[in-house]
Design a protein around this ligand. Sequence first.
Ligand code: ZN
Length: 315
Amino acid sequence: MMKRIIRVLMLMLIVCSVTFLGKDVFMKDLIPVISNQYEDEIEVLASPTATPASTPVVTISPTAVVTQSPSPTPTATPKPTATTSPTPKPTATPTPKPTATIAPTPTSTPKPVATVEPTQTPEVTKEPTSNETKKIAFTFDDGPSKYTTQVMDAIESYGGHATFFVLGSRVEQYSSVILDMYQRGHEIENHSWSHANLKTSDKETIIYEIESTQNAIYNITGEYPTYLRPPYGATDDLVKEVASEYNLKLKLWTIDTLDWKSKNAEAIKNEILAQAKDGSVILLHDLYKTSLEGAILAMEELDKQGYEFVTISEL
Ligand code: ZN
């Protein structure tokens, strides 16, 4: 079979050579090289147009050439196996995968790490303050008023709570504020009903001032106050005696801001900062805007100094 194929190939080569080089040149130079057995066919193929008479041979040889030529081309198909090199190229498709590694998610993952860091830094800033945990109590007398809610907001922004010594006569009018105080964890204490000077009052008046306020607060919160701050800090044995009958402890202050007198936020702040120490009780009045502002200024500085803002019972 191979022999046959080689033979046909040789014939084709000769035909081509004759076509391009010319019959004469071919005959003279190449034919001697080829074995004798091919000579007859070569002659026929070399001059197909010249000798149309030999048609039978011509028809055979084309068919032979045509049918055989496909098989040589298959030998050229090994080159398609070179097209298997495209398949290595698919292995080059892993390089597209790198483009998949461009996926923004990796770059976004570093960012979360960066967001973790900021959350840690606030904790770091909190640590120095926790080194010295000092407690201080902000107390507000004579309210509630329209500023009371802002007072609660301010102190809560530092995670703290205030103590409100309210007047019984104002409780009903500000019942929603009283309930708010209670629900937000602030302390509601007794400052008498009408801001009477209990030291100069008779026992009946003292009882009325204390008891009516206790009941007014209880009616809203369901709890009785446990501290009494007598107006002006005016007290005596009789006041203490009546107070104890209502399970009330007397509680005054250690820092008098004189806020009602100065009505100056800066002065109030300075007064607080000048006297502040661990366990201090600050006297303010939530009736005045300047008292609220002074308290806020003081809170800002006291917080930096590591103070925790607590209620009287937490002190
Ligand atoms: Zn007062």
